[in-house]
Write a protein that binds this ligand. Structure first.
Ligand SMILES: [Zn+2]
Length: 205
């Protein structure tokens, strides 16, 4: 429970990252963040305390502390933090496929992940690196057709330039992480946009 995730919002209610319940309690206790309730009402640390007869209805979302039983927040808002930090998504096969919408970046066909390869845009043989900027999802056929040629040599083009995605645009997927219904209102902004509309930030050169 103390290691489960809490969504952290900045002062403008934009998701900035996930933290542990333990860390969230520290922020609440220090008074730099408030917990957000279902109706967007805010609670400080002490207002999260629950009476013994409330505990039953909270279905285990309660933790015993030195200050008594405290309701576990699933969303907290930072009081003074305006920024959306530049956090980047871990480079992995799964995350590249998610970024590319499980769509071959050459022919535009959407496929199950078992039918997609990762392709080096600039071939490895020509010094192409295994990075967000040089790896795209590709169907087997395009992968084979392109071989170890450049885009120009193979006379093909990419649907869009591959870039390293920013974490905040990734918030809808949280690969490998449990998500809570309380997060929904804040992730909605992100989810409304189609992957192709997502304004990925280009990486720093
Ligand atoms: Zn293809």
């Amino acid at each position: 429970m103390v290691h489960s995730n809490v969504l952290v919002l900045n002062r403008s209610y934009l998701p900035v990252h996930l933290t542990s319940v333990k860390r969230a309690f520290v922020l609440l206790y220090r008074g730099v963040a408030k917990a957000l309730g279902e109706d967007f009402q805010t609670f400080n640390f002490y207002e999260l305390r629950v009476s013994p007869d409330e505990i039953q209805s909270l279905e285990g979302e309660v933790i015993g502390t030195m200050q008594g039983m405290i309701r576990v927040p699933r969303v907290i808002v930072l009081d003074h933090y305006d920024h959306v930090p530049k956090r980047y998504v871990r480079f992995s096969r799964q995350n590249v496929l998610v970024r590319d919408g499980f769509t071959c970046q050459y022919c535009g066909v959407r496929l199950p992940k078992s039918e997609l390869n990762l392709d080096h845009v600039v071939p490895r043989a020509l010094g192409g690196k295994t990075t967000w900027e040089n790896i795209v999802a590709s169907c087997f056929e395009c992968n084979r057709n392109k071989g170890s040629r450049t885009l120009a040599q193979a006379r093909i083009s990419l649907l869009r330039r591959p870039v390293r995605p920013r974490w905040t645009h990734w918030a809808h997927s949280f690969p490998g992480k449990v998500r809570y219904k309380e997060w929904q209102p804040f992730l909605h902004v992100v989810e409304q946009r189609k992957m192709s509309d997502v304004n990925f930030e280009s990486s720093r050169a």
